[in-house]
Design a protein around this ligand. Structure first.
Ligand code: CA
Length: 374
């Protein structure tokens, strides 16, 4: 009995190593072609494809935008120049928050951003970027890659003629920049803060006001007092924007973004017009972009945290009672979301089940390891 299941496992593994689904697609196409007596219709090895990628990131945006440029370069190299992708920063071809629509309609063949930007259109979308007190980068990656998350994501985007791929992760973000101390939950009351997504809804429940401000305008808004506080990303990007010059306190952790997954969107019809090898190249380059983005941010955030510490930036943790109250309010926000959107409930049930199991493992692995730090 054991022997049979081991053999079955090995044959399954071999198929996976050989690129099982790609192989199946290619063979299917081939036999269909033979049956109809002609060559496979979509294999045109000499054809050059020119694609456009629109992004939510400002042009030349460090790491996240640069990752898209590298993606295009890798695709061109791997395809021997048969697939050329031109990358457009946010606002250069379409506005940053119209990336989803642009790829859905085929204005651009692909896009790059984060799923929580589409929450207004698809309330369940944030589960594929991040939710407050949600999974970290490692857990999110595992859920999407081998825990069933990707199937749910593909299913969610299918009605929009879109194929999602994971193309990066920011890791744990910072809590943000404040000009007053946050000693209790009441200090958030009346606070006007730039904080997107479900985190913004949690702040609203705490009595604050969540404001949406595009990346390029946050500094001026904070400097002029249009907003009282802001979150952005982590030490590297935050230092580059200069928030330490105009805000007194830099709080951690980013309770609202524990490991935000970034996404590549591909127009499904356009994808299906590509020969199978170019489709595989796109997926492989997205996976490489994922590793690049996560690693580059890990490296740069550590360097820039040290820089901020040396320059005397006041970096401090939220008090535990503030975090535990925010966690309670997060549960309310998620319950409300699930009660009004059936797709959100289905996805969150799967997300939460995975998270709870992963946390038990983390409690005796990662957590114990981190507690040994000096
Ligand atoms: Ca953020």
């Amino acid at each position: 009995m054991k022997k049979i299941s081991r053999k079955h496992f090995l044959s399954k593994s071999a198929a996976a190593l050989a690129g099982g689904s790609l192989l199946a697609t290619a063979c299917g196409t081939d036999s269909d072609a033979r049956a109809s007596g002609g060559a496979a219709p979509n294999i045109q090895t000499n054809k050059t494809y020119r694609w456009k990628m629109v992004t939510t990131w400002p042009p030349n945006f460090p790491v996240l935008g640069e990752g898209c440029q590298k993606f295009a370069q890798w695709v061109e190299e791997m395809s021997g120049g048969r697939l050329k992708i031109q990358v457009f920063g946010g606002g250069t071809l379409v506005p940053p928050l119209e990336v989803f629509d642009a790829v859905q309609s085929g204005t651009a063949e692909m896009g790059n951003g984060a799923a929580y930007y589409w929450a207004g259109k698809i309330p369940a979308a944030p589960f594929f970027s991040t939710v407050p007190f949600g999974m970290n980068a490692q857990q999110m990656t595992a859920w999407l890659t081998s825990g069933g998350g990707m199937d749910l994501w593909e299913e969610l985007y299918a009605p929009y003629n879109l194929i999602p791929m994971m193309s990066g992760n920011t890791g744990v973000q910072m809590g943000g920049w404040f000009n007053k101390e946050i000693n209790s939950i009441d200090d958030l009351r009346g606070l006007k803060m730039r904080i997107p997504g479900l985190g913004g809804q949690v702040l609203t429940k705490a009595g604050g006001t969540a404001v949406q401000v595009a990346g390029g305008e946050i500094y001026t808004n904070l400097e002029r007092g249009v907003i009282d506080a802001t979150e952005w990303i982590s030490p590297f990007h935050d230092y580059k924007l200069g928030f330490h010059q105009i805000a007194k306190y830099y709080y951690y952790p980013g309770w609202h973004e524990a490991g935000t997954a970034l996404e590549t969107l591909v127009n499904k019809a356009k994808m299906e017009q590509l020969p199978p090898d170019l489709q595989a190249i796109l997926r492989t380059a997205a996976a490489r972009q994922y590793v690049y983005t996560l690693s580059e941010l890990e490296t740069q955030n550590a360097i820039y945290l040290e820089k901020m510490q040396q320059e005397g930036v006041d970096i401090r943790p939220f008090p535990p009672e503030v975090l535990s109250r925010l966690k309670e309010l997060t549960a309310e926000v998620l319950d409300e979301l699930c009660s009004r959107d059936a797709r959100a409930k289905r996805i969150y049930d799967a997300y939460r089940a995975y998270q709870q199991r992963a946390q038990k493992w983390a409690a005796i692995s990662e957590k114990m390891f981190y507690e040994q730090f000096a």
